[in-house]
Design a protein around this ligand. Structure first.
Ligand code: UD1
Ligand code: CA
Length: 462
């Protein structure tokens, strides 16, 4: 059995420079979701019909078709299927590329029903049939034709049985009818749906399969329907995660892309967004209000009110509230990143802590280092990024400025408020600030002078 996915349409109603079927639903392009379901349904060969521009984007998909054919101009669904003519030599399921929610189980069910006919259309009953094509039946309840909304009479528009856009054909029976289509309709397109009345007239066996799960067949033509489809996909994935042992508090506020992998006994707290190639290991608590993209979080971490991209967080680590891990942040075991601490392209060794208000960039930090509040690695001199090395057991005093390139030797200290411009040898104290001077009795002299001038304490202020 083969499948043809029609994905070459312009998607005008999306009002987008990106081809419609490449718009994402929960982390996967719409068309990619169909390829995944077809693969899971074990269809033998999958053919994708793309526009020339779409063809170039196929390589960016995680799930790809076996064969790509091109439709240069979007002349309609009938013309699109004709581009796959050479492959129509078995039972073929045809699906639109803008139907992101169909599952492998449903595809199997449809193929099972469809293989008994020369042509079968999958239909659904909708209370609000919208702009879908209408399924017109004769007095005996047999299929007569499929009428597009734009071509339908007022009477036909009232029909609630509509075309999902999924069909099963015996390829050999279908072939000659694709050549007989004409664009004599409101949209001037070659409608695939017009093969049905022709095949009926010639006595082929034609069927209608009415699905009981219309949700799976939502067609996305605009951004509103994209959000409707994504909401269904989101709830479906959150439910799967919960069934697999992930606790999700207030799931209506949580957005997790289907690309994200989460172990059991992870707890996701409200207002959390997890995206891309993110992995969360068991025992970790994520959120509330946390954004994580393309990152790995090892076991038993706690990350709250924080923003992470392309970061690695070792086991038993704590980030936040209000931590920011930028690309290349690599925390080993039991690291603590506290409030208003930013880490970029830096490794922090086991047991190291940066608890408050710091910037650590292009740094290699050893084990059990204490980074005091307000520490800044000055990694940028206006021309290039320079590295900072902080060896094991170092104590960086509060408000230290580490002017890179610089190395702080094992076990060394920096005095609070220092500007460190030279390497500090192991075990030494680096002080880089002017000495404090106390002027005895200075205040009373100052106050006396101000009073004489009438400028202080009850002077001329209104
Ligand atoms: C189509 C059906 C309609 C059905 C609806 C279900 C036709 C004529 N109409 O309408 O009966 O109710 O789907 O969602 O088939 N495409 C191409 N090349 C083209 C035109 C379209 O590859 O020249 C692809 C599109 O990328 C899309 C799919 O075919 O993935 C369907 O096209 P679309 O324009 O969305 O059709 P609808 O108006 O939704
Ligand atoms: Ca559509």
């Amino acid at each position: 059995m083969k499948a043809v996915v029609l994905a070459a349409g312009k998607g005008k109603r999306m009002k987008s420079s990106l081809e419609k079927v490449f718009h994402k639903v929960l982390g996967f392009a719409m068309v990619e979701r169909i390829f995944k379901s077809l693969r899971d349904a074990e269809v033998d060969e999958v053919i994708g019909v793309f526009s020339p521009r779409g063809k170039e984007l196929v390589s960016s998909l995680r799930y790809k078709p076996d064969i790509v054919v091109v439709q240069d101009t979007p002349l309609g669904t009938g013309d699109a299927l004709k581009r796959a003519y050479d492959y129509l030599d078995s039972v073929v399921i045809v699906l639109p590329g803008d139907m992101p929610l169909i599952t492998a189980d449903e595809i199997r069910r449809v193929l099972e029903k469809g293989k008994n006919y020369d042509a079968m259309v999958v239909a659904m009953e909708l209370d609000e049939p919208g702009y879908y094509g209408r399924i017109v039946l004769d007095d005996k309840g047999n299929l007569k034709s499929i009428v597009e909304y734009t071509d339908a009479t007022d009477e036909e528009k009232k029909i609630k049985l509509v075309n999902t856009g999924v069909y099963v054909f015996k390829g050999e029976s279908l072939k000659k009818y694709l050549d007989k289509l004409t664009p004599a309709n409101a949209q001037g397109e070659y409608y695939l749906t017009d093969v049905f009345p022709m095949m009926i007239a010639d006595g082929y066996s034609v069927g209608v399969f009415i699905t009981d799960d219309a949700k799976q067949y939502i067609g996305v033509n605009n951004r509103y329907m994209l959000s409707v489809a994504e909401d269904i996909a989101r709830k479906r994935y959150l439910k799967k995660l919960m069934m697999d042992g992930v606790t999700i508090r207030m799931p209506e506020t949580v957005y997790i892309e289907e690309t994200v992998v989460i172990d059991n006994d992870v707890e996701i707290l409200p207002y959390t967004v997890l995206k891309g190639n993110t992995v969360i290991k068991t025992g970790s608590i994520i959120g509330p209000s946390t954004y994580i993209e393309d990152s790995t979080i090892e076991e038993n971490c706690h990350i709250q009110y924080s923003h992470l991209t392309e970061a690695y967080v070792g086991p038993d680590s704590v980030v936040g509230p209000f931590g920011r891990l930028r690309p290349g942040a690599h925390l080993e075991r039991k690291v603590k990143i506290g409030n208003f601490v930013e880490v970029k392209k830096s490794t922090l060794g086991e047991g190291t802590k940066a608890s408050h208000l710091s910037y650590i960039g292009d740094a290699t930090v050893g084990k059990n280092v204490n980074i005091g509040a307000g520490t800044i690695t000055c990694n940028y001199d206006g021309f290039s990024k320079n590295p900072t090395f902080i060896e094991d057991d170092v104590f960086i005093g509060s408000d230290s400025i580490l002017v890179a390139p610089v190395r702080i030797g094992k076990g060394a200290y920096t005095a609070a408020g220092s500007v460190i411009t030279k390497d500090i040898p192991p075990g030494a104290l680096g002080i880089g600030r002017s000495r404090q001077v106390n002027k005895e009795g200075w205040v009373s002299k100052y106050v006396a002078r101000k009073k004489q001038e009438g400028g202080m304490h009850g002077g001329s202020s209104k």
